[in-house]
Design a protein around this ligand. Structure first.
Ligand code: UTP
Length: 297
């Protein structure tokens, strides 16, 4: 029996430079996909996987994120007085129980690995999940829940894996795995942003992880890697070398890279089309627009 994963780390201390000037005052994680902030999708996915303790690694200027999860007594009272029950329920569903969320500060953006390491005292000696809210995953069964089920069989460490085009491999952490069509892929190594043509496979790690406390310990030891940052990939590579207990997990679902403008726009269209009250109108608009563009060519 594996130990249950009940804690999740959400690294949200990055500067979000790709969305400047918006991110000058609005944390990227609060930007809305249709009508919900990015972070809400990650929280819902974590909850669906059995997570009960939520640890945010934040930085200066992320106050709006903390307020978002707090109660909003004035707003709730107004909605109640006006009889807007549905909206009231919607707002109340975003409130997190007192003590369920903890915030730790990363006071210098030294990389994703460093951000995760900032949560070490709250994680202690337990397995934990890491969710990057930039990666939004549309799936029938939420991605982390799929991974938790697989992890119950394997233990060790598990990382969401996605096929990428060879020319994109140098933008990701790439897994060294034997050729396989299975979902669970024992990893022989992992390399962060490999030079073009040197990638060990086309399977990229994306922002969902289940990690052991050993990986947290490695994070405290390793030196800065690619880009001068403390890389989570390097700590995972060390764990593979020492124990061979790291698995890629080819999840079922579609991942949108909402850390990039193109990915965010694609996700907005896809999630808009999937909504019953918006989909038909949006679809008409998109097809009219495409027809106009084609006519103009
Ligand atoms: P990104 O590489 O997307 O960086 O980080 P970023 O700062 O968010 O965005 P850009 O590239 O400047 O537009 C991936 C994830 O790791 C977190 C980010 O908040 C994001 O969730 N991160 C990154 C940290 O928490 N701390 C860091 O030092 C670096």
């Amino acid at each position: 029996m594996q130990r249950k994963v009940t804690k999740a780390v959400f690294p949200v201390a990055g500067m979000g430079t790709r969305f400047l000037p918006a991110t000058k005052s609005v944390p990227k994680e609060i930007m809305t996909l249709v009508d919900r902030p990015l972070i809400q999708y990650a929280i819902d996915e974590a909850r669906a996987a059995g997570i009960t303790e939520f640890i945010f690694v934040t930085s200066r200027g992320k106050g709006a994120l903390e307020d978002y999860f707090d109660r909003a007594p004035d707003l709730e009272a107004t909605l109640k007085a006006k009889g807007k029950t549905e909206l009231l329920e919607l707002v109340q569903a975003t409130n997190m129980d007192s003590g369920a969320i903890a915030y730790v500060r990363q006071n210098q953006a030294l990389g994703l690995g460093h951000a995760v390491w900032c949560a070490r005292h709250l994680i202690g000696d337990e397995p934990f999940a890491v969710l990057l809210p930039d990666d939004v995953i549309a799936a029938d069964k939420p991605c982390l829940a799929q991974m938790v089920d697989a992890y119950a069989e394997t233990g060790g460490n598990m990382i969401a894996a996605m096929e990428v085009a060879p020319e994109m491999a140098s933008s990701y952490g790439i897994m060294d795995v034997p050729p396989s069509i299975g979902r669970v892929l024992p990893m022989q190594g992992m390399v962060e942003k490999p030079a073009p043509g040197t990638q060990p496979s086309n399977l990229a790690a994306i922002g969902r992880y289940i990690l052991s406390p050993d990986v947290m310990r490695h994070l405290g030891d390793i030196k800065p890697g690619v880009g001068g940052e403390i890389q989570l990939t390097d700590a995972i590579a060390r764990e593979i070398a020492e124990k061979r207990n790291v698995y890629g997990y080819r999840f079922d679902g579609h991942r949108y890279d909402c850390g990039s403008k193109a990915g965010f726009l694609q996700a907005t269209v896809a999630f808009g089309l999937a909504r019953a009250e918006l989909g038909p109108e949006l679809e008409r608009f998109l097809s009219d627009m495409m027809a106009q563009r084609q006519a103009a060519e």
